[in-house]
Design a protein around this ligand. Structure first.
Ligand code: B12
Length: 307
C-alpha cells in the first residue's frame, strides 16, 4: 500500500489513468495535477495528489489502482458494505475492514458518507448486538482499535491542506468515545481545513486553553457521554464564551446532546452527522476569520441544525 508521500512519475500515473504520457505531462504543466520537480528537473506527482485528481475526475478504477487494491471490489452498495464491515469488525479482521473502507474511498465516496453511512452504521449494529449479548465486550473494543487504525490510514491518504481554514476539536473529560472525534478531523481535512484532533477526555480548562492558544476558525466538540448535565452546561458556557471571544465557530455533535441539553447551551452549529458538518464547514470557507470575530459562537448559523 503506497503512502501519500510516495511520488509517481508521469509514466506511472498515465498508466493508472489510462491516458497518454504526453497528455498527462500537459495536465501537470497546466496545473491540473499538482506536480513537484526533482533536483534533475523531472516531474513527480505525490500519490495523494494523484488520488485527489482521480477522485475529482470520478476515475474510480484509477483510484483503486493507485491504492493498489487487489482483486474485485468488496462492496457494491453502502448497505452491503455496512453488513460486510460489521461482520469483519466482529470477527476482528483488520484486513477486510481496511479493504472495505479503502474500496469505498477509491469508489469516490466522500469520507463523510463513509463515516456516517457505513462505519457509524456498523458500530450502531455492534452496539445493538452488545446490548443483546450477542457480541462480547472484547469484540466491541477490538473493533474500535481496528477502526482507529483504518481512519488513520484514510487520513494519510489525504493530501496536506489548509486552503480553507483551521480547525481543532476533541471530547471532554469522562467522554472516551474516540471514533466520531477522529472522523470529525478526517472530514474537515477533506473539506480543505487544516484540522487537528486534540484528543479525548480533556479537562474543560484545557479545551478553553486550546481555543485561546490555537486560534482556529472552527472548534468541534464531540459529545457521546455526559456524566453530569449541570456541570456540563456550566463548563460548556466557558468554552462557548472563549470561542466567541476568539472568533471561532463552535460546532457540536454526538448522541449525548439531546434536545434538553441543547436548549441550555450556545454554539454555532449542532450537526446530527458528519455530512452536516461538512456542509457547515463549506459555509465558513469564504468568510475571512476577522469578520467573524465576536459573533461566531454567539449566534447559531448552520443550516445543518440551528439551535
Ligand atoms: C464503541 C462504544 C463504546 C466504547 C467507545 C470506545 C472508543 N474508543 O471510542 C466505550 C468502551 C468507551 C463505551 C463505553 C460505554 N458505553 Co458504549 N458504545 C459504543 C458503540 C458500540 C459505538 C460508539 C461509536 O463510536 N460509534 C461510531 C460513531 C462514529 O457513531 P456515533 O457515535 O453515532 O456518532 C455519529 C453522530 O452522533 C455524529 N457525531 C458524533 N460526534 C460528533 C461530533 C461532531 C463535531 C459532529 C459534527 C458529529 C458527531 O456523527 C457520527 C457519525 O455519523 C455504541 C453503539 C451506538 N449505537 O452508538 C455504544 C453505546 C453508545 N454505549 C452504550 C453504553 C451503555 C456504554 C456504557 C455505559 C457501558 C458500561 N456499562 O460501561 C459505557 C459508558 C462509558 C462512558 N463513560 O462514556 C450504549 C448507550 C445507551 C444509552 N441509552 O445511552 C450504546 C448505544 C450501546 C447500546 N446499544 O446500548 N462504549
Amino acid at each position: 500500500m503506497p503512502t501519500t508521500e510516495q511520488l509517481l512519475s508521469p509514466k506511472q500515473l498515465s498508466r493508472s489513468l489510462g491516458v497518454s504520457e504526453s497528455s498527462l505531462k500537459r495536465w501537470c504543466d497546466q496545473g491540473r495535477i499538482k506536480t513537484v520537480r526533482t533536483a534533475g528537473g523531472h516531474r513527480k506527482i505525490a500519490v495523494a495528489d494523484a488520488l485527489r485528481y482521480a477522485r475529482e475526475q470520478n476515475l474510480e478504477f484509477a483510484s483503486r489502482e493507485l491504492l493498489r487494491l487487489p482483486g474485485k471490489r468488496s462492496s457494491t452498495t453502502l448497505d452491503k458494505a455496512v453488513e460486510q464491515m460489521t461482520d469483519a469488525l466482529l470477527q476482528g479482521s483488520e484486513q477486510v475492514t481496511r479493504r472495505i473502507a479503502l474500496d469505498l474511498y477509491a469508489s469516490n465516496h466522500a469520507c463523510s458518507v463513509i463515516c456516517d453511512e457505513v462505519i457509524g452504521a456498523a458500530f450502531r449494529e455492534i452496539g445493538e448486538r452488545w446490548a443483546c449479548n450477542t457480541a462480547d465486550v472484547y469484540q466491541e473494543r477490538r473493533a474500535c482499535e481496528i477502526m482507529q487504525r483504518v481512519l488513520f490510514e484514510l487520513r494519510r491518504m489525504q493530501p496536506p491542506t489548509s486552503r480553507h481554514g483551521t480547525a481543532a476539536g476533541g471530547t471532554v473529560e469522562g467522554d472516551h468515545y474516540s471514533l466520531a472525534n477522529a472522523m470529525a478531523e478526517l472530514v474537515l481535512r477533506e473539506s480543505g481545513f487544516s484540522a487537528t484532533s486534540i484528543g479525548t477526555s480533556l479537562p474543560w480548562s484545557s479545551l478553553v486553553n486550546a481555543v485561546e492558544q490555537m486560534k482556529v476558525d472552527l472548534f468541534w466538540l464531540s459529545v457521546s457521554h455526559i456524566p453530569n448535565i449541570e456541570d456540563f452546561v456550566t463548563s460548556f458556557t466557558k468554552l462557548s464564551n472563549a470561542c466567541a471571544t476568539a472568533g471561532t465557530a463552535l460546532v457540536v455533535g454526538g448522541r449525548a446532546l439531546t434536545d434538553d441539553v441543547r436548549k441550555r447551551i450556545t454554539y454555532s452549529a449542532f450537526c446530527d452527522n458528519l455530512q452536516h458538518m461538512e456542509s457547515f464547514a463549506k459555509t465558513l470557507r469564504r468568510t475571512p476569520r476577522s469578520s467573524r470575530r465576536g459573533r461566531a459562537a454567539a449566534k447559531p448559523s448552520s443550516r445543518a441544525g440551528r439551535k
